[in-house]
Structures are given as structure tokens and as C-alpha cells.
Write a protein that binds this ligand. Structure first.
Ligand code: ACM
Length: 453
């Protein structure tokens, strides 16, 4: 029996399970999605399989559960630009987010290394910008390239399908088109977007931060108006991402370009989302800021009148290494153990919409690598998104180990075992960048370099 109960908090539900039946009260459609997920959790790992196991039936314990999330924005960014993920893989990823009661998928659709969304007005974005001739293998400064073309893009129909699939699971897909940095793929396709149209560029085969920015011309502004016009026909999300990060050498004209695009989105009734670098720009409309670089960004954003999503690189960048285990695959970035991720304590304040994990994919070139980097750390982030502050790792860990990891295994998720990678999850073949220490965190010192065998 399902009832709507407006006295429950937003996205909340109450499950009453007795020997004679199950009553579900939900505040809204999302609450019903979460009540169903909780019933599945109560039924045990078999409920996470795609078909019943012969001779086994599902049962749930009696009791009452009332539940609602702490944060309205419980997000995960998936970078499908550095390494493309097929539509089927994105749908599977949405299922995994839903299983963890997360409700925002930020799709990072464009970057220096690839453009992943078909835009009918600009066919070269898919003919040229959607693939590169090869990829850097491992570290940012090395000469290695694999010589293997990499690419892919989503058609308009694919994206409509992805959005509808996510919506049915109470997930909003927020598209991100990154400007004025991270734009080399678009410039390779349309050199008029760059500072020197006569100089041919290639879709970038390196990782790192490119110093080649969009040239903030009227042509580029008009071009991106038309790109966003198309994006807005596909994505009903109130929030639309325009990047704004890592634009070394940006001038006031680049800042004006970002502000103009932000205002364009506002004029279309949407709210722009950008990374905290844009706080250097004057005259932005009210926006959502992804605060990733340090704790002061959230405060600066609030003082400037924006809303904030906490996306801290110091805790929630899931491409970063999970341990100093000698076999940790491609151990870039800061040390983010499961315990560190669980320990991050976001502030509660009206302007803080919530929290978001980031899955950048320079070094995550397959869905299997994404599983490994994402789980179980994303489980800890989901706990933080749903639970009151100061939940306890010693309580979380056995619950994760004894109850949740078996669910992930039943789902077919190749998570990182708590004791370290399986042999087939290691990457002794790939050189990697030096580790970056987090000065204020014990155990975060750079560990030794792992040389290829
Ligand atoms: C970012 O990591 N460049 C947002």
C-alpha cells in the first residue's frame, strides 16, 4: 500500500513492514523511489541480482523505517570526455547511483580530449571533436601514447533516453559544457573558436591543463549560444553546467565571455553551474558554484550571493588513490582512503545545496576501472549525504563489509576490496604522476614511485 504523506520531509518515506503487509508513505515521487531501494536493501543481496536464484525466496524483516536525506543535492560527476562511456554503461551507472540514493548526475560532456554531445548545427563536433588519435598512458609529463584511437558521442536520442531513465530513478542529469578552458576538442573542429584560426589543432592526446583557451569573440559567444540552445532542448534540469575551471592565462575578456554565457542561461530560465574559479569574474548572475579547490571557495561563493555544492578535491575526487598499497593502480592525486572520504564533514548552511563526488577519467579508461575507483568510496559519500553529521566510521565499516559489499557483488560491481586490489585490478604497466601530499593530513605524504615491472 502506498500513500502520499506531505508531513514527511522532502524525498522522505516511512516503511511499515508487518507480517501481513508493507505500507509505504512517501512525501513525493522521489520518496517512493527511495522506499523501494530500502526494501531492496532489506531483502538482501539476492534482491540486487537481475533474476532470482533457484530455491531462494526474498524476505524482509518487520519494522518501521522513517528516512529522509540530509542534503537536497547528492551528486556524482562522471567525466565521459576523457574516456567515453557507452550509453549502456551510463545507464548502468545511473542504476548504481539510484541504488545509493544519489540524485544528481553531472555529465562532463566536453573537454580538451573529446566532445561527446551531438549538436546538429555543428556536425564537425561529432565528426572531428568526438575522437582523438591516441591517449597518454599514465602520467601527465610522460612521452607515452598508446597510438589507439579513442572516441564516441551521444546522439540527441541517446541523451533523451539517458535523461528519461535517470528521471524515473529520481536522478537529475546536469550537462556540463566546459568553457573557456578545456575546449581544445571544439577548437580542433572549429578553429575559428581559437586564438589563431590558421593554426590547425588536434583533439588533445595528453592529460593535464591545456593553456589553449577559447578566443572570447562574438563568433564563439554565438557558437556557444547555439550549443546551449540545443543542450536546453534535451536536458530539463534547472541547473546547467558551463565549466569555467582551470583557464590559465584567462583575461578579463574570457571572464566576460563566461559571464555572458551565464547570463544567457539565466535569460533562458535556467541556473548556471560553474567551478569556483569563476568567483574571480565580476558581474555574474546568481549561480551554483562547485567548490572544489579549498574550503574558502564556499564562503566566497556565498558572500557573492551564489549557492554552493561541495565538491572538495581534498576528499571527493574518486580518481585519486585509495591507499598507499604498493599495488594501488595508477595511484595519482591525494590519498583518499575510504575512511578519509567518510570523515569529510560538510557544513550545514542554507546556501549549501549539498555534496558531490567527482569521477575524472584520465586514468579510468574502462567501466571496470570506474567501478574500482568509485566503490565503496561512493557508499561513504551517500552515507554523508543522507545521515546526520558525525556518523561513526567504526559503525559504518562492518555494516559496509557485511551487508553492502555483498549487495555490490550481487549487482556485478567490481569494487575495490577493503584489503587492496585483486591482481587483475593492478596496473603495473602504467607509469603515473608523483603523488601530491595533503600537508594537513597524516599519511598523505607522497609514497614511493612504482616503476613498471
Ligand atoms: C576541476 O577539477 N577542474 C573542477
Amino acid at each position: 500500500m502506498v500513500h502520499t504523506d506531505p508531513t514527511l520531509p522532502a524525498e522522505g518515506y516511512r516503511l511499515t513492514i508487518t507480517p501481513t503487509g508493507i505500507e509505504v508513505r512517501t512525501s513525493d515521487a522521489a520518496g517512493l523511489v527511495y522506499a523501494r531501494q530500502t526494501l531492496r536493501q532489506l531483502a538482501g543481496p539476492d534482491a540486487f541480482r537481475a533474476a532470482p536464484i533457484p530455491g531462494r525466496t526474498l524476505t524482509v524483516p518487520c519494522g518501521v523505517i522513517e528516512d529522509y536525506p540530509r542534503f537536497a543535492w547528492r551528486g556524482c560527476l562522471l567525466d565521459v570526455a576523457r574516456h567515453f562511456r557507452t550509453k549502456a554503461e551510463v545507464l548502468r551507472f545511473i542504476d548504481l547511483l539510484a541504488a545509493h540514493k544519489l540524485n544528481v548526475l553531472q555529465l562532463h560532456l566536453t573537454d580538451d580530449q573529446g566532445w561527446r554531445i551531438e549538436v546538429p548545427d555543428f556536425p564537425r563536433l561529432t565528426e572531428i571533436a568526438s575522437w582523438r588519435t591516441g591517449s597518454m598512458v599514465g602520467r601527465h609529463d610522460g612521452p607515452e601514447r598508446d597510438g589507439r584511437p579513442h572516441g564516441g558521442f551521444y546522439t540527441t536520442d541517446d541523451l533523451h533516453e539517458i535523461v528519461a531513465y535517470a528521471t524515473a530513478r529520481a536522478i537529475t542529469v546536469i550537462p556540463e559544457i566546459d568553457v573557456p578552458g578545456h575546449s581544445r576538442a571544439a577548437i580542433a573542429a572549429y578553429p575559428e573558436l581559437g586564438p589563431a584560426p590558421e593554426t590547425p589543432w588536434e583533439v588533445w592526446t595528453s592529460w593535464g591543463i591545456s593553456t589553449n583557451l577559447l578566443h572570447p569573440s562574438d563568433y564563439a559567444l554565438n557558437f556557444f549560444h547555439r550549443v546551449f540552445d540545443h543542450v536546453l532542448t534535451i536536458f530539463p534540469s534547472q541547473i546547467i553546467g558551463l565549466g569555467g575551471d582551470e583557464a590559465p592565462g584567462a583575461t578579463p575578456a574570457h571572464g566576460q565571455f563566461v559571464a555572458d554565457l551565464a547570463k544567457y542561461l539565466t535569460s533562458r530560465g535556467r541556473t548556471p553551474l560553474a567551478w569556483d574559479e569563476v568567483l574571480e569574474i565580476d558581474a555574474l548572475p546568481p549561480m551554483v558554484i562547485g567548490a572544489w579547490r579549498d574550503d574558502t571557495a564556499a564562503t566566497r561563493a556565498t558572500h557573492a550571493g551564489h549557492k554552493v555544492v561541495l565538491c572538495p578535491e581534498s576528499a571527493y575526487y574518486l580518481d585519486h588513490r585509495q591507499s598507499d598499497h604498493p599495488n594501488e593502480p595508477i595511484p595519482v592525486g591525494y590519498l583518499h582512503t575510504l575512511e578519509h572520504v567518510h570523515a569529510y564533514t560538510p557544513a550545514n548552511a542554507p546556501h549549501i545545496l549539498g555534496i558531490q563526488a567527482q569521477i575524472w577519467t584520465e586514468h579510468l579508461d574502462t567501466a571496470r576501472r570506474i567501478d574500482y575507483a568509485t566503490f565503496p568510496r561512493l557508499c561513504a559519500i551517500s552515507e554523508t549525504a543522507w545521515s546526520p553529521p558525525l556518523h561513526d566510521f567504526t559503525e559504518f565499516l562492518p555494516r559496509l563489509r557485511d551487508h553492502h559489499l555483498p549487495r555490490l557483488a550481487a549487482l556485478g560491481v567490481e569494487y575495490r576490496p577493503l584489503t587492496g586490489p585483486h591482481p587483475w585490478q593492478t596496473r603495473p604497466d602504467v607509469p603515473h604522476t608523483a603523488h601530491r601530499p595533503l600537508p594537513d593530513r597524516p599519511g598523505s605524504a607522497p609514497n614511493r614511485r612504482i616503476t613498471p615491472a
